[in-house]
Design a protein around this ligand. Structure first.
Ligand code: 13P
Length: 152
């Protein structure tokens, strides 16, 4: 695989997602970091995004609810280079009906090499890092050369 570079601008497109038992934790985290989050473009899965807006007043674009396709919508945005950071408080102690979608979302985040936090400690580290406030270049698969190679 050849790689190329994608520049993440200072104002990031951030996806926020939490499973049910971790929604309170993510809501508290959003409240605590409200000021810095308000400087970015936010989206989230349906319930998470709606609750964040209701509880914090942050402007956030809610996709469908996770079990109804929201994880897949965010995964598609990541594949299209339209999400820069994923904050996903996923629940390692409870099964969800859409586990394949959760895996797909985490897989695509890794394929496209975006910064991901899957727990509060990593979310804290990320939001305190320069990634949240400055332009940063990430290495991503060179899709054009991948495709050209496959069709030659
Ligand atoms: O299920 C989710 C992530 O896998 C989250 O979906 P909701 O935000 O709609 O609860």
């Amino acid at each position: 695989m050849l790689y190329t570079t994608r520049r993440l601008l200072a104002r990031k497109n951030i996806a926020l997602v939490a499973h049910d038992h971790l929604k309170e934790s993510l809501l508290n985290w959003c409240n605590k970091n409200r000021e810095i989050l308000s400087q970015h473009n936010l989206c989230g899965t349906g319930t998470t995004g709606t609750l964040i807006n209701k509880e914090t007043g942050l402007d956030i674009n809610p996709m469908l609810s996770g079990p109804m396709g929201g994880d897949q919508q965010i995964g598609a945005l990541i594949a299209e280079g339209k999400i820069d950071i994923l904050i996903f408080f996923w629940d390692p102690l409870n099964a969800v009906p859409h586990d394949p979608d959760v895996k797909a979302l985490l897989r695509l985040s890794t394929v496209w090499n975006i910064p991901v936090a899957t727990n509060q400690a990593t979310a804290n580290a990320l939001i305190q890092s320069a990634i949240f406030t400055q332009e940063v270049d990430i290495e991503i698969p060179d899709y054009q050369s991948y495709l050209a190679d496959r069709v030659k």
